[in-house]
Design a protein around this ligand. Sequence first.
Ligand code: MN
Length: 248
Amino acid sequence: MNVVDLTTPLSAATPTLELPDPFVNLIDFSIDYQSEYDDRGPFWKHANIHTGEHIGTHIDAPVHWISGRGGKDVSEIEPTRLVGPAVVIDFSERAADDPDLLIDVSDIASWESANGAFPDNCWLLVRTGWDSRGHDRNEFLNKYDGGSHTPGFTAECAQWLAERDEISGVGVETVGIDAGGAASLEPAFPMHYHLLGHDKYGLTSLKNLQRLPSQGAVIVVAPLPIEGGTGSPARVFAFVDSTGGGAR
Ligand code: MN
């Protein structure tokens, strides 16, 4: 098995979602060393970290959204839902032409017609090429004309994905599971609304999806089990059969 790390490293430069006024933003990540083999701790180096829950490669738990308010916090998501087959669909060419791309039901359905039905307990991972912008906050958030221009899903597609029993969650390369312009959809932020309202999970800021086969990889999503947490940074690994046995 080859192990592919799908995780964005965490640092003070990690791009985070920026909500407009009057909404309250979470803090950026920072690391604050309390000793560095010095008078404060002669034999060791250790640090406090300060971070929002929703930063870098992270999971959204159902309780994050009003539609999932009675649902699971991040510590309550069963490990069996966090490990499963990955289905990787590549929309990077279309997203390069149209940063406001909204993936629709027909886009996913036509992929399934050509490639087969989704396996049980799967994670749908959507490649848009956005990870190549991750080094630069402005490029990653792509803000102009008063809004963020990043790809996502139509409201119809969000509901359709949320109602499919075989899907555990949806992973994306962008800062959030919804499109940059999703505040204007109905409902607003439909991926958050529908997925989290159906006990499905969102996964963001993934990278290296181009190293996965479209089918045959298994992913492990490992958030911190923060009690009451609405999400958590997560380490995400994919296991790929190095003998080429996985379907492509
Ligand atoms: Mn989030």
